[in-house]
Ligand binder design. Structure first.
Ligand code: 5AD
Ligand code: SF4
Length: 473
């Protein structure tokens, strides 16, 4: 079989990163191998995002730039997948004559057939069919990067919550969960390939399996916790209304479950939450945070916020700032509200000026930066176990050079803090030696976005024996 070069460009959340890997996996048997060099590719796939207006603009400007490449190389297949493809469908073909294929979020497993047809007859194809069930349940997993220690595994797709600002239910379809046995197969396969940590993905993992009568999410976690060779489990993302008592208890019980919960709140004001159709109140959210912290005192809590939702008053925005001060998050993502096609809030009155949104975003980020800094400072002097992910980017490419004979490594704590640390280069002379190992690090310095420390003890290179852009929820 002839080898052909495939370049996949991914915009958006972890779900898109996972989908890109699946795309690479389904096209590999047709002879497509990944390349970073877009100009030499036989096929370019743009995996798009439409969650906010900016992401969609980014997708279209990237696609626009591909016209030149296609003119220079007319044999190149240009394909558009992901949420913009789902939303715009054949309008993309009309607007962009250099695009050959538009495939929606449920069409990944039909890709080989469509690509075969394009290769044979250079036709143009659109497939944006959505289905209520998962027709193909894998596992088809694409290649891992060299030294990759952590992988995503999707456990469900779609969303039935219909928050009024959100496009996800319209572009990812109805909520549908994968069978637990298939999920476990895929994780075991990744562990056999060298993965130590898995992040389970879904728009709302807390309602996993409910609709199909499969197991509950906490039961799935129990099963994943039993996988030999897997050391850490993460998941994202959780809707506060569906965060169950049993899931909170799992943080006190399951030794591989990382001490981190991403719990998007969006706003601290009950009136705004109601108009967002979030179906929880500020008090019930705070109550769940308290229960999480009682069960797991060192749990890190992060969140998503939208500022400038239609009709948001200064007083309502102050309620959001007040919530942030009460919770004292370990980190957060904040976004200026933007209208999305097919989301009901697009028709709401009381749209907020861009300048006010910008001011509110800045005030919110300033508040959180101070909190993060203070929280990071409290870690100084403590020892934390990190899963080593590799050498820091600042090193030269072979990872060995440094004037002071040390190698800078990077890892993550259970609570998802990034920690950099130096090791004398006579202790770990190769990049592979420490990657994937656990190391105990004494935290010595704290910055707004990272922590720096020193190796105090850790298995140097042994396979361990024990155990950022968000998705919407
Ligand atoms: N405008 C701004 N932010 C949005 N998000 C989702 N939809 C919108 C929108 N229309 C944010 C939410 C969500 C995160 C992934 O993106 O905070 O949790
Ligand atoms: Fe679903 Fe999350 Fe979007 Fe709400 S914000 S509709 S829960 S994906």
């Amino acid at each position: 079989m002839n080898s052909k070069l495939l370049h996949i460009s991914t915009i958006g959340c972890q779900m898109n990163v996972y989908d890109a890997n699946q795309i690479a996996g389904v096209l590999a048997p047709m002879g497509y191998c990944g390349t970073d060099d877009i100009a030499s590719a036989d096929m370019v796939i743009v995996n798009t995002c439409t969650i906010r207006e900016k992401a969609e603009q980014k997708a279209f400007s990237f696609l626009g730039r591909l016209a030149k490449l296609k003119a220079a190389n007319p044999a190149m297949i240009v394909a558009v997948g992901g949420c913009v493809a789902q939303q715009e469908g054949k309008a993309i073909l009309k607007r962009m004559p250099h695009v050959d294929l538009v495939f929606g979020t449920h069409a990944i497993f039909r890709l080989p057939e469509m690509v075969r047809r394009i290769e044979a007859s250079r036709c143009r194809i659109v497939d944006v069919r959505l289905s209520d069930t998962i027709e193909f349940d894998g596992p088809v997993a694409g290649p891992l990067a060299d030294g990759q220690v952590s992988a995503f595994v999707t456990i469900m797709r779609g969303c039935d919550n219909f928050c009024t600002y959100c496009v996800v239910p319209h572009v990812r379809g109805r909520e549908a969960s994968r069978h637990p046995d298939r999920i476990l197969d895929e994780i075991r396969m990744r562990v056999d390939q060298g993965i130590r940590e898995v992040t389970l993905l879904g728009q709302n993992v807390n309602s996993y399996g409910n609709k199909e009568g499969l197991c509950r999410f906490y039961e799935l976690l129990e099963r994943v916790n039993g996988i030999d060779g897997l050391s850490r489990i993460r998941f994202t993302t959780s809707h506060p209304k569906d965060l169950s008592r049993e899931l909170i208890d799992a943080f006190g019980r399951l030794e591989k479950l990382c001490h981190h919960m991403h719990l998007p709140v969006q706003s601290g004001d009950d009136g705004i939450l109601k108009r967002m159709n979030r179906r929880y109140t500020r008090d019930s959210y705070l109550d769940k945070i308290e229960r999480l912290r009682t069960t797991c005192p060192d749990i890190a809590i992060t969140s998503d916020f939208i500022v400038g939702f239609p009709g948001e008053t200064d007083r309502q925005f102050q309620a959001t700032l007040d919530l942030i001060e009460k919770v004292r998050y370990d980190g957060l993502f904040a976004f200026m509200y933007s209208d999305r096609p097919s989301a009901p809030a697009t028709a709401f009155s009381g749209k907020i000026d861009e300048s006010v949104k910008k001011e509110r975003l800045q005030a919110l980020l300033d508040l959180q930066t101070g909190i993060t800094r203070e929280k990071h400072q409290t870690l100084v002097g403590q020892i934390r176990e990190v899963l080593v992910e590799g050498t820091s980017r600042s090193l030269d490419t072979d990872g060995l050079a440094s004037v002071d004979h040390t190698i800078q490594w990077t890892g993550r704590t259970s609570s998802n803090h990034i920690v950099h640390f130096a090791v004398p280069d006579d202790q770990a002379t190769g990049k592979e030696l420490l990657t994937g190992a656990f190391a105990n690090i004494m935290i010595e310095r704290a910055h707004a976005h990272s922590l720096w420390g020193r190796l105090v003890q850790g298995p140097m290179g042994a396979t361990p024996e024990k155990g950022e852009k968000p998705i919407a929820a």
